[in-house]
Design a protein around this ligand. Structure first.
Ligand SMILES: Cc1cc2nc3c(=O)[nH]c(=O)nc-3n(C[C@H](O)[C@H](O)[C@H](O)COP(=O)(O)O)c2cc1C
Length: 189
């Protein structure tokens, strides 16, 4: 029987940079996700996670972040493009968990100052998500030229992103439901 609990889909803001435009993208995506029936979400800001940088991997697991990843049915990860890749601190945070992610969908939101919407960073990010046991969507949201998409206060200037985000979320929710059903009904031998 289908699980009637709402899907739990946190949005991870994947940069700690002062003045980060990705914060506007993350807030927008979380707000759009919160409008969906049957979905609960929260914004997880990696800048607020107490993860040390003198060690790495599961040795620095934060119990609260680990519990959130355990409870999640899928993730949205907002990743700015830094030198054609994703932020190192985002990977440091994600590396702190492993079994928490297995067979859960991951949607990526790319953000860049340039026109490509973080696609070069996303190309590098997908193999990392796969190694963590996550299942990346085949659809992303790409906030290219982000300074023209949001104003300084975070107001959306390009309404085309409502439609693009809607398409992404339909896919995300389908994947989250399907994989939850699979996790609950088809245990690995
Ligand atoms: C270290 C660093 C490297 C960057 N490299 C790129 C890049 O390769 N391509 C690009 O379009 N923008 C690049 N940017 C600009 C960011 O994409 C831009 O700041 C954008 O607003 C998203 O990042 P933010 O959330 O930190 O603002 C870089 C920014 C930083 C801080």
């Amino acid at each position: 029987m289908a699980d009637v609990r709402p899907l739990n889909i946190p949005v991870i803001l994947g940069t700690t940079r002062k003045g980060r435009m990705s914060a506007h993208a993350a807030s927008f995506v979380a707000a759009e996700l919160a409008k969906r029936d049957g979905v609960v979400t929260e914004l997880i800001d990696i800048a607020h996670l107490p993860l040390p940088v003198d060690d790495a991997g599961e040795g620095i697991k934060d119990p609260a972040f680990s519990a959130k990843m355990n409870q999640a049915d899928a993730l949205v990860i907002v990743s700015p493009e830094y030198n054609h890749s994703f932020p190192g601190l985002l990977k440091h945070v994600l590396d702190s968990c492993l079994k928490e992610y297995i067979h859960k969908a991951a949607g990526i939101v790319g953000v860049s100052a340039g026109p490509f919407g973080g696609t070069r960073g996303i190309q590098n990010f997908v193999p990392v998500l796969r190694e963590l046991g996550l299942v990346p969507l085949f659809w992303d949201v790409n906030f290219g030229n982000v300074n023209k998409v949001f104003d300084e206060s975070g107001q959306l200037l390009d309404q085309g992103f409502v439609r693009r985000t809607d398409k992404f979320m339909k896919e995300l929710i389908w994947m989250a439901k399907t994989l939850r059903y699979g996790r609950q009904n088809f245990p690995l031998d």
